[in-house]
Write a protein that binds this ligand. Structure first.
Ligand SMILES: C[S@@+](CC[C@H](N)C(=O)[O-])C[C@H]1O[C@@H](n2cnc3c(N)ncnc32)[C@H](O)[C@@H]1O
Length: 321
């Protein structure tokens, strides 16, 4: 436990650089440069999660794509040359990192070039590839398991792999480095809200992160929220309130998202067609500046319901002035 407290402290120190920047420069870091990095190094996923926004756009409907290492190298070179402070990196986005056999090599490159914290989110179902998670460069490992029993798991995650996920979790619990933090994530929506209390009990020995499905109810077959689902409604309301209170245009803006085609995206949550060009053909910081000029007026952001209602004021104050 003490070792994880050390990791918590290191996390705070790294994150406090973002706060320090705000104090010294009088503007948030996202208004100048990206703070985090998400890369789809490949486009394959082992599950078909019902709530998964990316799934329909990127995983099922595209042939499998692998990001060439040379593109990753170029990206890291540009960011490290310009000494861009990246708080954390997530070398996956829409697929699953347990299908990325180059994962350790990728983590090593990111750590060496940027020193960023590395977070891995996985469904954990590829037990045969579990060794990929035994990596000293990873800081946080998060298993997404949005159900506490096999039947619901099959419905929510689309494939009968509950026991595989638990097997991998159990292995990682035994083999993780002492400083690594292990989380279980639950994506809360109308179809699994009733199972939350059981889930909390089942994973009581882990750090838990319950995230509300933040897309419109009409999206991904999610039904209208009903009043009897008080837990779900309360959490959703709190989620939207927290977005509004943050000095951020939306939850995704400070993130630099790279598709498996090697393009810098407008946003990690929208279609790949909204991009700022191929990494090997652009200057990423120039592209980020163009993205700042466009703000959330960008066509990709038009129908997004994650926008902070005050986003325009934030851009006017910190970027467009
Ligand atoms: C897209 S997944 C990819 C990584 C990995 N396959 C996994 O399952 O964790 C990354 C994270 O995004 C979450 N996610 C997917 N669709 C979401 C949505 N519509 N709203 C909120 N979070 C979502 C997943 O549950 C997971 O925690």
């Amino acid at each position: 436990m003490l070792s994880q407290k050390v990791n918590d402290a290191l996390y705070s120190v790294r994150t406090s650089r973002v706060k320090l920047f705000r104090k010294i420069h009088g503007k948030p870091l996202w208004a100048v440069q990206p703070m985090s990095l998400q890369i789809d190094t490949q486009s394959a996923c082992s599950l078909r999660c019902k709530y998964c926004n990316p799934q329909a756009c990127y995983v099922e409907n595209v042939s499998q794509r692998i990001l060439p290492m040379s593109t990753l190298d170029r990206l890291l070179e540009m960011l490290s040359e310009k000494k861009v402070f990246i708080n954390y990196a997530r070398p996956w986005m829409n697929g699953d990192p347990l299908l990325e056999l180059r994962l350790k090599e990728i983590n090593k490159k990111i750590k060496k070039a940027l020193g960023a914290r590395i977070d891995i989110f996985t469904n954990g179902v590829e037990y045969k590839n579990r060794h990929l998670l035994h990596d000293s460069n990873i800081n946080d490992i998060r298993f997404t398991i949005s159900a506490a029993n096999e039947e619901l798991y099959n419905t929510v995650h689309g494939r009968p792999k509950f026991s595989e996920a638990l097997k991998t979790l159990e292995w990682v619990t035994r083999h993780k480095y002492f400083y690594q933090r292990l989380w279980i994530n639950f994506i809360l929506f109308d179809e699994n809200a009733h199972n939350l209390a059981d889930w909390q009990k089942m994973f009581q020995n882990y750090r838990q992160d319950v995230r509300c499905l933040h897309f419109g109810e009409g999206r991904n077959q999610s039904k209208q929220l009903t009043d009897f689902d008080v837990e779900l409604k309360t959490r959703r309301d709190a989620f939207f309130r927290s977005i509004e209170q943050q000095e951020k245009p939306c939850p995704c803006f400070g993130n630099m998202a790279i598709s498996s085609e090697g393009k810098m995206l407008q946003c990690c949550d929208v279609d790949y067609k909204f991009n700022w060009g191929h990494i090997e053909e652009i200057d990423v910081m120039e592209a980020y500046r163009k993205r700042l000029d466009a703000g959330l007026n960008h066509i990709a952001c038009r129908n997004c319901n994650q926008k902070n209602p005050h986003w325009k004021e934030l851009f006017e104050k910190y970027v467009w002035a």
